[in-house]
Design a protein around this ligand. Structure first.
Ligand code: PHE
Ligand code: ZN
Length: 879
């Protein structure tokens, strides 16, 4: 709650800390009416700091200070200054012990930063700047200390007391209380500190590391979730051995713990030895979690585990370096998921997210480089750019160096910087030093925001047998950055002959054994490449496996796209050709007369996909997904969301009507025979039959309806149950829809994670999620404003997925979102700021929409006591 304008923090103003903390001794007294935190810091002046005799400044937020003592002597109020957000002691010795006692109220902490309560348990979230809500401390990642933590609480209500490291002591206290002491031998920044106290059940397992050490694996969950831990535990063990094999990284502590909490702002957190997860990102059973959830859980468990090296052992110097740990760790978890399942499908999923959401961010008012130069509120920078584009940047290094050199580089990075807080530049330097490659120009990927655009043109010189490809790059202006320099872009391609055969790519006339795929390195604003010995005009397959996070413009004909869909040896590009074709067809129907024809060749190619069971079914399942409305909007200028929605629906209905019998056959062919499994093949089968079902219900097919109702009732897993429910919800069978929704609710009302899915399937549907129905969901007894998952599953799903309802021309969707943002801003500013995102895209839309979106932003801007989080997003969006 502030009246004055938030400060901007600049990377260029980074200074090393004036004081270092070697050791932290914490004692928590946990009570129902609050918590007393006793902290003793061993502090010394930083020899590397030039700020001699600087005052000691410790960060704090919402703390009630009870006492301060220096080297055991209590200080009087005249000796220090409590500025609210800082505790300042003007004069301190070279080296000293500082003891501070603070009082906090976890039970009233609705921001979910620092120490808070979630369903009766105490838990913490300290990244990025939550530790300052627990006690006064230099809350910055380059101050690394050893922590010893004693937790005291009522034994009956809080039998389980956890913190980082090893439990070294425990015992009984008076009044039914008890304590446990934890010691973490590894120095760490305070953002990795964690504490949990609750009545939790423990699930145990062990993992033997490559050097033969046995690690105790423990999961802690509420008793009702005891049966939902196996998948996460198995994922953890797979992650541990994968990191040993692929990166040579062994786990370092004796215990690794995972805790599930219901109220959590993000997905999960990599606290040293004590990862804390949003329940929806860790708990799963066949009956309650969809295939997508199983895969998400495996990826997030891996992600948090991988942070133990990429994030914890080697951490970030400052928050501008966030992508150092996040980009690298996302890259690592996506390699892991690719190895566990279908690499092509994983690539398609990553690129879909990147192109739909990160490209939109990079083209909007919050665009920022992978290494930002400034921020107001760091919580706003846990973005798709830092995470997903950051991972793409690491992937490009991997592709430029090749897997062996990349491994040498990562080994050097971990060895050189173990125990340090470093920068993205240190990462790139390790890659350079290990490989001998010069990545000077490549570093621009970290500094320049915006998605590079590649304009590709070609000509075929039949006489000389030469095919020329011109590739020109330019990077659009973004807030505060214009006239950007060309970047170093790895561009993978192949050329196909008329029978679909890969052609050798001879860059010199007489070249022998030329490869059929090359990675061209673009470094200039424009390049022309000549391919020799080409007998006929080839079809180019460009940017294979999406070798760089760029937009490619090339005047593909529909003929060429159809050709690539069936012939490209790169599975990713086969899929991409299908997407481009579908985008082209849908775009040509936006605003077209009702009776405009739908491209007949689209139907033919989809028929082929549905009927030819010799094709890779996992890829087919992906190829049958039409481009999303969000992606179509991202590609449009002056977007008219309802018109895009109608055009897409029209294509969907046309496909479904034309392929009706094939869809029924596809459904029946993919019916499950054996037990439920989570293999790529089984996932593809479920995806195919649920797509068939969804399409049949879009055209009100009676047989489809019967199949959906039967599947809904008889499903033995959540993927099929949810697939049928979603199909019914998105159909015109109103009675069946309401019946199914009611039945589903009654069956799963005790399970919050399932009810979240139940909320979002409605909120995301244009049939079940119009504004009056959304209001009804907010009034539903299972809805809870204090639970971020519930807010996301209704408000987030409505504004982010139900695009034709959100962009209702009367502006009601925008008003609604503005109202909910203002309501949340007081209780949970992080979540409120994230919810604003759809409105920040206002410049993308046609004036009748954009003006109303802007007005909604202005209403948020004018709210009294706007949080720093929402202030930054709204002001930058309106600038
Ligand atoms: N560091 C967490 C991750 O990506 C994300 C996170 C950030 C969680 C901030 C909570 C708060 O693994
Ligand atoms: Zn992470």
């Amino acid at each position: 709650m502030r009246s004055n304008q938030p400060q901007t923090i600049y990377l260029s103003e980074y200074q090393v800390p004036a004081y270092l903390v070697d050791h932290v001794d914490l004692r928590f007294e946990l009570f129902e009416e609050g918590a007393r935190v006793h902290s003793t810091l061993s502090v010394r002046r930083n020899p590397d700091s030039r700020a001699a005799s600087a005052p000691l400044e410790l960060d704090g937020d919402s703390l009630r200070l009870e006492s301060v003592a220096l080297d055991g002597a209590e200080l009087s109020a005249a000796d220090y200054e409590d500025r609210g957000d800082q505790l300042v002691i003007a004069s301190v010795p070279e080296q000293f012990e500082l003891s501070v006692v603070t009082w906090i109220e976890p039970q009233n902490n609705t921001r979910l930063e620092g120490l808070y309560k979630s369903s009766g348990m105490f838990c913490t979230q300290c990244e990025a700047e939550g530790f300052r809500c627990i006690t006064f401390f230099p809350d910055r990642p380059d101050v690394m200390a050893r922590f010893r933590t004693r937790i005291e609480a009522d034994k009956a209500s809080y039998p389980v007391l956890l913190s980082n490291g090893n439990d070294v002591d425990r015992g009984e206290l008076e009044g039914g209380r008890h304590f446990v002491t934890w010691e973490d031998p590894f120095p760490k920044p305070c953002y990795l500190f964690a504490l949990v106290a609750g009545d939790l059940v423990e699930k145990r397992d062990t993992f033997r590391t490559c050097s033969g050490r046995d690690i105790d694996l423990r999961m802690y969950v509420e008793p009702r979730n005891a049966e939902k831990c196996d998948h996460a535990m198995d994922s953890l063990k797979r992650s541990m051995s994968w990191d040993e094999e692929v990166y040579g990284r062994e786990y370092d502590l004796d215990i690794f713990m995972i805790v599930a909490v219901d109220d959590f702002n993000m997905g999960a957190m990599e606290n040293k030895g004590l990862n804390i997860f949003n329940s929806s990102c860790v708990l799963a059973s066949q009956d309650t979690a969809t295939d997508a959830a199983f895969q998400r859980i495996e990826a997030i468990v891996a992600h948090e585990y991988f942070h133990n090296w990429s994030g914890n052992r080697v951490t970030c110097r400052d928050w501008f370096q966030l992508s150092l740990k996040e980009g690298f760790t996302v890259f690592r978890d996506s390699q892991f998921s690719a190895d566990m399942g279908s690499p092509t499908v994983k690539r398609i999923e990553d690129v879909t997210l990147l192109r739909t959401a990160q490209f939109a961010e990079d083209a909007g008012p919050m665009a920022h480089p992978v290494r930002p130069a400034s921020y107001m509120e760091i919580s706003n920078f846990y973005t798709l750019t830092i995470y997903e584009k950051g991972a793409e940047v690491v992937r490009m290094i991997h592709n430029l160096l090749g897997p062996e050199m990349f491994r040498k580089g990562s080994d050097l990075y971990f060895e050189r910087h173990d125990g340090q807080a470093v920068t993205t530049d240190d990462f790139v330097r390790a890659m350079e030093d290990a490989s001998g490659r010069d990545l000077t120009q490549f570093r621009l990927w970290y500094e320049q925001a915006g998605t590079p655009v590649l304009n590709v043109s070609d000509e075929f010189d039949a006489e000389q047998g030469v095919y020329r490809l011109n590739i020109a790059q330019h990077i659009p202006d973004t807030p505060g950055q214009s006239n950007k320099k060309p970047q170093h872009i790895p561009f993978a391609l192949g050329l196909l002959g008329s029978r679909g055969e890969p052609l050798p790519l001879k860059l010199e006339a007489g070249e022998e054994n030329a490869p059929a795929e090359r990675v061209l390195e673009l470094t200039e604003a424009s390049h022309t490449f000549e391919f020799h010995g080409i007998g006929e005009r080839p079809v180019p397959s460009l940017l294979r496996h999406f070798s760089a996070p760029v937009r490619v413009n090339y005047p593909w004909s529909r003929e060429q796209l159809l050709f690539l869909m069936s012939h490209d040896p790169d599975g990713f590009n086969r899929w991409d050709a299908g997407q481009r074709l579908a985008v082209d067809v849908i775009q040509s129907l936006v605003g077209a007369p009702k009776d405009a024809a739908v491209e007949p060749r689209l139907v033919t190619s989809y028929r082929h996909l549905i009927c030819d069971s010799s094709l890779d079914q996992a890829l087919v399942a992906k190829m049958l997904q039409l481009p999303s409305e969000a992606y179509l909007i991202e590609l449009a200028d002056n977007a008219d969301a309802p018109a895009i929605h109608r055009a897409r629906e029209r294509v969907l209905k046309h496909l479904a009507i034309s392929l009706r019998d094939e869809l029924v056959a596809c459904y029946r062919r993919n019916l499950e025979s054996g037990d439920y499994e989570i293999t790529p093949e089984a996932i593809a089968r479920r995806s195919l039959r649920n797509t068939a079902l969804a399409w049949l219900l879009v055209i009100n097919d009676e047989e489809g309806r019967e199949l959906a109702v039967r599947q809904f009732r008889s499903a033995d897993n959540m993927t099929d149950r949810m697939g049928a429910l979603r199909a019914l919800v998105n159909s015109d069978y109103e009675e069946d829809r309401n019946l199914a929704l009611e039945e589903f609710y009654q069956q799963f009302r005790e399970d919050p994670q399932v009810i979240e899915q139940w909320f979002s399937v409605q909120a995301a549907s244009d049939r079940a999620g119009q504004l009056p129905q959304i209001h009804a969901l907010l009034e539903h007894p299972a809805f809870d404003w204090k639970n971020p998952n519930k807010v996301r599953s209704v408000v987030g799903a409505f504004a982010g997925q139900n695009l034709s309802a959100f962009h209702n021309p009367d502006g009601s969707g925008y008003d609604f979102l503005a109202e909910q943002v203002c309501r949340l801003d007081d209780s949970n500013p992080q979540i409120a700021a994230r919810l604003v995102t759809p409105l920040t895209r206002w410049r993308k839309f046609a004036p009748e929409y954009s003006e109303q979106m802007k007005a909604a932003l202005e209403r948020i801007r004018d709210k009294d006591g706007l949080s720093r989080d929402v202030y930054e997003v709204v002001h930058k969006s309106l600038a």
